[in-house]
Structures are given as C-alpha cells and as structure tokens.
Design a binder for this molecule. Structure first.
Ligand SMILES: Nc1ncnc2c1ncn2[C@@H]1O[C@H](COP(=O)(O)OP(=O)(O)OP(=O)(O)O)[C@@H](O)[C@H]1O
Length: 259
C-alpha cells in the first residue's frame, strides 16, 4: 500500500499540492481525477521522486520513501510511465523495451572483455522477454518498427510495456488515454486489467476520460485545489455534490449532459 500523508508541494507562494492525504491499496486500480490544475500531476511527480515535496510523507508498505529519487523507487518496483525519449525514437520498439535498465552484465568494461558468452545469453533472454511483452500488448507486429513512427496509442502501449520489463509492483500512469482512439484505448484498458489481475500490478492513474475511469478504476479519488475532495466508486463520486461543484463549468455535469 502507498500512503500519502499531508503532502504539500508549493511553487513559490502557490500551493499546487496543499495537504493531500490518500491511500492506494495494493492490488487496486485507483483512479485520480479532478479539474485542470487540481495538482494531480504534481502529486504524481512527488510520489514518483521526480519532484521533492515541500512537506509531508509518502510511505510504501510502511517504509518511508519520501523524496527518494526515481531510480531507487524503480528498484523498489514503483514506476511512472514516461514518454519515449526523443533519442530512443529511432530505435525499434523491441530495442526500446530491451533498453529498460536491469542488471545487465554488459554494462561494465570488465564484463565486456571477459563475459561475452554471458552477455550473449542475457541479450537472448532480454530479447525473448521483450517479444513476450510485445505479444502481451498485442503489438508484436511492431517489434522492428521505429518507436518514433508508431501511433500515439501504440506508443502508450510501449510505455506500459517498459514497466513489464522489470518487476513492477505499482505503476503510475499519467493520462494513458489522452488522444488515443477507441480501439487502442480498449487494448490499453485490457492490458491494464490483465496486468492487474494476472500479474498483481497495482495501478494509480490520472485520467480525464470518465468512461475509461469507470471501466477500470475502483476506487476513484477526486482532487481539487491541491487537496483530496472525495473518494469512492465512480458512481459515488459522480453523485457527490462537492465533486460536481468542483467540476462546474467544464466537468461531470456537462459531460453527463452531452454524453
Ligand atoms: N513547475 C511549476 N511551477 C509553477 N507552477 C506549477 C509548476 N507545475 C505545476 N504548477 C501549477 O500547479 C498547479 C497544479 O498543476 P498540475 O499539473 O499538478 O495539475 P493537474 O491536476 O495535473 O492538471 P491537469 O489535469 O490540467 O493536467 C497548476 O496551477 C500549475 O500551473
């Protein structure tokens, strides 16, 4: 379980995260929603070690992980997906997966000279693992395509795939559904559900698409103005007056009206 306790992250005098307290249960797919500027991404960045907090605490299975850098959290199994970096765009999808840092022998000069056979074995295993991940995500046909040339939705799948190359326990997803067509969105949703059910991944995901959230997430946490406003099932939060009020003008009420 991840526990966020009275977390603050200020930018100058501005309180982007202003005393947020929440829990992400192990084994859940927890949704994080809220109007624009509510502080969701900032909270993610603090939990994932990308930004230091102003104050407050983050615990993982009872261990204080506040402010630990991303690579340390990575080895504890806490990951957030990142867009495929520009410099990896010209590598193939398979190579992008194989690049995810692990305990590769080939990384030191000593091993380069003296462990050729071991490196070859590891490379084969890594390649097999990457192919297995591509197959799981139903994009095995893209193995040799350049990562920079696949569609936006396929890139999102690849980002998800990178978390499968290591032993992820909890994965933070920031708007995996943004700008993705319905068919691919369903594929991404299926992959998330299968990773959760079959491989025990815990997810916490920021998402604006309420249908997508409703299909995947329980519970859903609502943030507004840097704080947690409400938590419940999708139906509970949709019926919560405080949530409707926070979204007024752009949010749930309008979405319900049109959709
Ligand atoms: N580095 C920064 N410096 C100054 N202000 C920032 C910085 N990062 C975020 N903010 C401000 O903090 C507030 C919260 O932003 P954040 O991106 O966390 O919200 P969000 O809930 O993820 O919004 P959205 O749904 O629009 O992505 C915003 O008003 C934003 O302008």
């Amino acid at each position: 379980m991840i526990e966020v306790k009275n977390l603050h992250r200020h930018f100058g005098g501005f309180r982007a995260v202003d005393g947020a307290t929440l829990e992400i249960e192990t084994g859940s797919i927890t949704g994080l929603v809220g109007p624009n500027g509510a502080g969701k991404t900032t909270l993610f960045n603090v939990v994932a070690g990308v930004l230091p907090p102003t104050s407050g605490q983050v615990l993982m299975a009872g261990e204080d992980i506040t402010g630990l850098p991303p690579h340390v959290l990575f080895h504890k199994g806490l990951l957030r997906t990142f867009q495929i970096a520009h410099e990896f765009a010209s590598m193939s999808c398979r190579e992008n997966l194989m690049m995810v840092p692990g305990e590769q022998t080939g990384e030191t000069l000593w091993n380069t000279w003296f462990g050729r056979k071991r490196i070859a074995d590891e490379e084969r295993a890594l390649r097999a693992k990457a192919d297995e991940v591509l197959e799981f995500l139903t994009i095995e046909h893209l193995a040799d395509h350049k990562a920079g040339q696949v569609s936006g939705g396929q890139k999102k799948l690849l980002e998800l795939g990178r978390t499968m190359m290591v032993d992820a326990r909890i994965v933070f997803l920031d708007e995996v559904g943004a700008g993705v067509n319905r068919t691919l969105l369903n594929t991404i949703g299926d992959a998330i559900i299968r990773l959760n059910k079959e491989r025990g991944y815990t997810f916490c995901m920021i998402e604006h698409d309420m249908d997508f959230i409703g299909r995947l997430c329980d519970p859903v946490i609502v943030m507004a103005e840097g704080k947690v406003l409400s938590k419940g099932t999708i139906d509970e939060i949709k019926a919560d007056e405080r949530v409707i009020e926070a979204y007024l003008g752009t949010g749930l009420k309008n979405k319900e009206a049109v959709g």
